[in-house]
Write a protein of this length. Structure first.
Length: 181
């Protein structure tokens, strides 16, 4: 694949004057599956070099689109000393669930924990009263024993809450979101 003409390079230089704009372009191209071809990636590297945009070759590794969180569930429960489900998602059979984020808020101190198929997926997390927590998860988040969250028709990912020892009951709100592949 040839490097574009000087006129096109000048147009690109006016448009792509900053490294983050070029990286954003590459990420969009990758997300639309246009940049999976190694030849295209090499051409983009040549263009960046010709434009004088300082980009390391390492930045041209495959860009993986982050799940958007199009599947979600939310709810609220009055906390007790035992974990209760505030939100849950049941992935379709043979679909891999990609956890994106959770939100937990409560007017009193609360603890939350994620469960997959009834087993703890993450450690207990303590949230102070009136301070909501937004927790984002990396692409490819897996179980402790390195397994994907693959639905079987009955498996669920659950967000559970309780109040800590010595705490007070209150209405706790929670949301869980992710995507299926």
């Amino acid at each position: 694949m040839a490097i574009p003409s000087e006129k096109i390079l000048d147009l690109l230089k006016n448009f792509l004057t900053r490294q983050d704009q070029l990286l954003e372009y590459i990420a969009k191209a990758e997300k639309s599956r246009e940049a999976r071809d190694q030849e295209i990636l090499e051409t983009l590297l040549k263009i960046a070099s010709a434009l004088g945009v300082p980009i390391e070759v390492a930045l041209f590794r495959e860009v993986i689109p982050k799940p958007t969180g199009s599947i979600r569930d939310y709810g609220n429960v009055t906390t007790t000393t035992e974990y209760q489900t505030v939100a849950k998602i049941k992935p379709k059979a043979d679909k891999k669930f990609k956890l994106t984020k959770i939100i937990v808020s409560c007017p009193e101190d609360v603890m939350y924990q994620l469960y997959w198929q009834g087993q703890a997926l993450a450690p207990e997390i303590y949230v102070m009263a009136k301070i909501p927590i937004f927790d984002w998860y990396p692409y490819g988040y897996r179980t402790k024993d390195d397994k994907d969250l693959v639905g079987d028709g009955s498996a669920e990912i659950e967000l559970k809450v309780k109040y800590p020892s010595g705490g007070t009951a209150a209405t706790c709100n929670g949301e869980i979101s992710g995507d299926e592949e």
